[in-house]
Design a protein around this ligand. Structure first.
Ligand code: X90
Length: 280
């Protein structure tokens, strides 16, 4: 049966070559406009509209029907969602999978809670693609991807946490300092939630701390994906820093799409990486 991989747009992955793939968009809303996080989204326009927005701004996840439509007619589906602790996307995808399997009992579907957002999801999606291309059966891929997730992690470095705080995804007290006097908030995804760890001042210090935190989680030079929001320069510097200590690492850089741009805000970096256990 044909495999299909799906993720919601918090993964920043709009296309995945070599496999049947679909991205299901989240939406970013102001009281004046709605931005659908698909390949037609103009990020510059979205950030400009957010800057000028009066009133509440927020996001919404794909609903049951949108997930179900993405499952389509595929025989075996893997769906990867943003962390279930901060969004309803996982729950909607699970309900869609249940319906899909009820309608077609011979088909298979597995919904994966990434417990993260952004580039760690890309690592999971690309691992799924590689397991599929190796010809493993569905059940083996399920086991292997669950095992793989034990060895992937997310760190972030944000210059503003306003949108996270305003939408109840971090404590406003935690958000307060970021952005003042060059202070960044470095944190990690811990059990699917946002966990602050450092508040360095200045970019150089921030990048050093990111690498230090990666080492603390047993990073030893495997795959890394850095996503940025209008800050390619910092992403490039982090890449150089990682490569200077771990020359064999494979480091990719990507631009955040709409959902991650809304929450990581201008200047933000999100880092997804594999620890040394991944090769075992
Ligand atoms: O359902 C919705 O409307 C989406 C809500 C998403 C809320 C949080 C997104 C955070 C994205 C922050 C850095 C990465 C953190 C890792 C998460 C545990 C960007």
């Amino acid at each position: 049966m044909a495999f299909k991989i799906i993720s919601d747009s918090s993964s920043n992955v709009l296309e995945l070559s070599g496999v049947d793939y679909a991205s299901v968009p989240l939406k970013i809303n102001t009281s004046q406009a709605e931005f659908v996080d698909d390949d037609k989204l103009d990020l510059g326009e979205m950030l400009e509209a957010l800057k000028n927005a009066t009133g509440k701004t927020g996001t919404s996840c794909p609903n049951f029907q949108e997930w179900l439509d993405a499952f389509g007619e595929a025989g075996e589906v893997f769906a990867v969602t943003i962390t279930s602790k901060l969004s309803g996307s996982f729950s909607a995808a699970q309900n869609a999978a249940r319906e899909y399997l009820e309608e077609h009992p011979q088909r298979k579907a597995f919904v994966i809670d990434s417990l993260s957002a952004g580039p760690e999801m890309r690592l999971i999606l690309e691992k799924l693609r590689s397991l599929i291309s190796q010809g493993h059966p569905f059940e083996t891929i399920k086991e292997r991807i669950t095992e793989y997730q034990q060895h992937t992690h997310t760190l972030f470095c944000l210059q503003s946490l306003q949108n996270l705080a305003r939408n109840g995804r971090v404590n406003p007290a935690v958000a307060k300092l970021a952005g003042l006097l060059g202070i960044r908030m470095i944190g990690e995804a811990r059990e699917g939630t946002i966990h602050p760890i450092h508040k360095p001042r200045g970019e150089k210090k921030a990048l050093e701390i990111l690498l230090q935190e990666m080492r603390a989680k047993n990073f030893a030079g495997a795959r890394v994906c850095i996503s940025h929001c209008f800050n390619r320069e910092a992403a490039e510097k982090l890449k150089e820093l990682i490569l200077s200590h771990f020359p064999t690492s494979q480091v990719e850089i990507e631009a955040n799409r709409g959902l991650c741009s809304f929450y990581a805000e201008a200047g933000g970096l999100i880092v997804g990486y594999e620890d040394a256990g991944v090769a075992l």
